[in-house]
Write a protein that binds this ligand. Sequence first.
Ligand SMILES: Nc1ncnc2c1ncn2[C@@H]1O[C@H](COP(=O)(O)OP(=O)(O)OP(=O)(O)O)[C@@H](O)[C@H]1O
Length: 586
Amino acid sequence: MDDEWDDSCDMVVAPVVPAYNHNNDVDEGHSVSAMGRGFTTFIDEQEGGYFTKDSNGFGDRRGRGGRGGRGGRGGRGGNRDRGDYENGDAGNYNGDREDRGERGERGRGRGRGGSRGGGRMGGGDSPTEGDGEVKKPEPVTYIPPDPTENEDEMFGSSISSGINFGKFDHIAVKVTGENPPQAIDSFERANLRKFVVENVLKSGYKKPTPIQKHAIPIIMNGRDLMGCAQTGSGKTAAFLVPIINTLLQDSRELIVGENGCAQPQVIIVSPTRELTLQIFNEARKFAFGTVLKVATAYGGTAVRHQSDQISRGCHILVATPGRLHDFVDRNRISFDSIRFIVLDEADRMLDMGFIPSIEKMMQHPTMVQGTDRQTLMFSATFPEDIQHLAGRFLNNYLFVAVGIVGGASADVEQIFYEVSKYEKKTKLQELVSENVNKRVLVFVETKRNADFIASLLSEQQMLTTSIHGDRLQREREEALDNFKRGRHVILVATAVAARGLDIKNVDIVVNYDLPKSIDEYVHRIGRTGRVGNRGMAVSFYDSEQDSALAADLAKILRQGGPSGSDIRNFNNAVAAEPGQEPDEEW
Ligand SMILES: Nc1ncnc2c1ncn2[C@@H]1O[C@H](COP(=O)(O)OP(=O)(O)OP(=O)(O)O)[C@@H](O)[C@H]1O
């Protein structure tokens, strides 16, 4: 029973901190004052129409979603990524102690003051109610739908490559480090096993992208890797394909220890639950038809359910750090058999919010030596200070940079409107009415504003939903699914949706509020214009709020990246591709 599981939770209770008097609830994963949680335009399927409610969009279940831990403020320069990597998936070991962030599932219906900061496992996820009384956390009962077994559905999830896919070949690639292996130029000639090639081809991949051309042989040759390539350029397959191939080529016994303690051979960690779920589905796809078992562990879901799956043994575990540590602390997972560790969105995973979790994993007593495993890190952005940190976990690694490290996808047209905060609403309304039936992803800074904007657009008869850290996990997954399937054409999101999510046909990304860091901007606009498809990003620039970002934005618009190259200054940096940087029209 989940209850038992949760009761035995070794929770450290943070000291009671007076309610933080936040301004309009910047979405850092802490509590907001009471208000409806989440907004969705209701789709009345029976009637075939829709109606809207100005409630929380979920009938009378008005309990607040509680809080997760503080998302951990970005390391560099203060407010970096102060977003919604929330509900405790971010760092501070609140982990899935984050589950308690979901206690609103039972609808307590009262707001709570947020405890800011946070010590170990307390962080923003203290079980105190603001009155100093310690409440027993309610267990999370959400069991996500079983992953599809339908082959068409499984392989149909990819975004089809677009008109500019061929131009990937013109992007300069730099590979630095000792003895890089030769890049591949086709999946068929990459010495991959039959099943793996079949699964790649069934996914609709005809040619590898530049990061895949380099990362696949590097990983198959047993090397560690830091890989940097623009958003939507196939980094996920760049690590999954060679890992799965290696697991099949050099198979090892799948071990489940005493009391169902699983020993995965691969751990892939990512900063958000939705991204974790997406990578899990990708891994299932590339491992389809093989003996490999893939499992997932992420917060906001019933622990027992995931625990049962994992205890059957898994070669590959895709997890958020919080839930991963919850399982590790309870001896449900150990690192004794690890062969690969992957940090996806690695710069985020090594940022202040997550670094304690990553260190905890890397230094865990059961973790194999760095030289006995491969450690792989991927992101579209990789600031130098984070690269320094990353170096601690890597062993004689190769660094692959496709194009400019931290550069924006050249397939995204970037448009800016200078608007004051009072004009934003009208401008957004105009924009969506000029783009009826287009799929629009709107980023806002606060959870409260996400709901507000979603309800505003719904009043305009736009099928709109929202995703943010105050929504229950079930609601978050439903919102994303409805947006993916086109049942809702507008998704209003906080930063929780900024990284990694691969959604077909996102026509326009709107930065209703610009983010605080340029890297975050690059990730957000990268939700459109993926795999050679064209996309558009419209940003509302408020000179009172956003001037600190202006210089970096100008750089990005000139197609320059903010973050440089391999910090190790290898002399052997080679432009591995003959091509030049793409010209203007790119
Ligand atoms: N070689 C390929 N040919 C065609 N499509 C591909 C290829 N590789 C990946 N894709 C598809 O491209 C899309 C983007 O891939 P993916 O999500 O791995 O990008 P990413 O580089 O990780 O982006 P982000 O930085 O935003 O996380 C996916 O739908 C994926 O299935």
